[in-house]
Ligand binder design. Structure first.
Ligand code: NAD
Length: 298
């Protein structure tokens, strides 16, 4: 089994780290929050006191951090991973970060004699805890093969998306689609209701018709038809509006940089950001239903 250092034990990383322990790996865990470290130590990880302490014996480093600046700093900043890891150590960054930051991390890793894959995830905290995440991996074929063995301990579906940064590219393109389709689903349910159909009736029809999509059948934003969806618990997340806004900003930046037209993506970015600005960053992103229905003051 592999010696792993895990850095970033927040909402997602805590469960992922615990699953690596469960899979039989030897895991040293570090986070700036002592509480987060203690929580995974209680599940069998070794509590590391610094990045240096976590990575000193590691063959693989896994990270789950908030944004690109944290990732670049943890790996390549002063006293970062590159100063303490053995040559040839595999770095698996699972955070959602800009494609440009991911590609920069690949270059820095190469220069430092380390091997990196960007491996962002689809699936929220429940999937992180249950070990059912989907991983989208960018990096060389050889690096992917090595990473896959570790990722299997945390996820169900593991895809090689291509070269450096392609994992992040897959992730933001997917989440842009999700952000747009959720708003479209809310608008369709609202229109149907205004025209006299209740949510259950519209769901029965549309979920087996051409409007069917994941936002409707797995995460229905109207209360009722899908009992597990956040709509049935007053839009408690789940996946918060702030997270969706973050992913849409990343998608928009990448679109401008690459010259891709994203008219609906831009609209979706504005809609979720406006919800954040109005104090609803913590609402589940399907709570955009409240906005569509005019239940949130503009
Ligand atoms: P979080 O804020 O709960 O966790 C991040 C952790 O990183 C925190 O515990 C923080 O203390 C730690 N950290 C920050 N800087 C550090 C440093 N220098 N050294 C050590 N630890 C440090 O965030 P999260 O919800 O777990 O999300 C993590 C990543 O996963 C993000 O990039 C997010 O976009 C992505 N993501 C989240 C979800 C979700 O549903 N929460 C789903 C998919 C992807």
């Amino acid at each position: 089994m592999t010696k792993i250092a895990f850095i970033g034990l927040g909402n997602m990383g805590g469960g992922m780290c615990a699953n690596l322990v469960k899979a039989g790996h030897t895991v040293a865990a570090f986070d700036l929050s002592a509480e987060a470290v203690a929580a995974v130590a209680a599940k069998g990880a070794r509590a590391a006191t610094s990045i240096a302490d976590a990575v000193k014996d590691a063959d693989v480093v896994v990270s789950m951090l908030p944004a690109g600046k944290h990732v670049l700093n943890v790996y390549f900043g002063p006293d970062g991973v590159k100063h303490h890891a053995k040559r040839g150590t595999l770095l698996i960054d699972c955070s959602t970060i800009a494609v440009t930051d991911a590609r920069e991390a690949h270059i820095q890793a190469d220069l430092s004699g380390l091997i990196l894959v960007d491996a962002p995830v689809s699936g929220g905290v429940a999937a992180a805890e249950g070990g059912t995440l989907t991983f989208m991996v960018g990096g060389t074929g050889r690096a992917f093969e090595k990473a896959e063995q570790v990722l299997k301990g945390m996820g169900k579906n593991i895809f090689h998306a291509g070269g450096p940064g392609n994992g992040q590219a897959a992730k933001i393109a997917n989440n842009m689609l999700l952000g747009i389709s959720m708003i479209a689903t809310c608008e369709a349910f609202n229109l149907a209701e205004k025209l006299g159909l209740d949510a259950e009736t519209f769901y029965k029809i549309s979920s087996v018709s051409s409007g069917q999509c994941w936002s409707m059948t797995s995460y229905c934003p109207a209360p009722g038809p899908v009992p597990t969806s956040p709509a049935n618990r007053d839009y408690k997340p789940g996946f918060a509006v702030a997270m969706m806004a973050k992913d849409l900003h990343l998608a928009a930046d990448a679109a401008y940089a690459s010259g891709a037209e994203i008219r609906f993506g831009e609209q979706a970015e504005k809609i979720y950001q406006a919800l954040c600005d109005r104090g609803f960053a913590g609402l589940d992103f399907s709570g955009v239903m409240k906005d569509v229905k005019g239940e949130i003051p503009r």
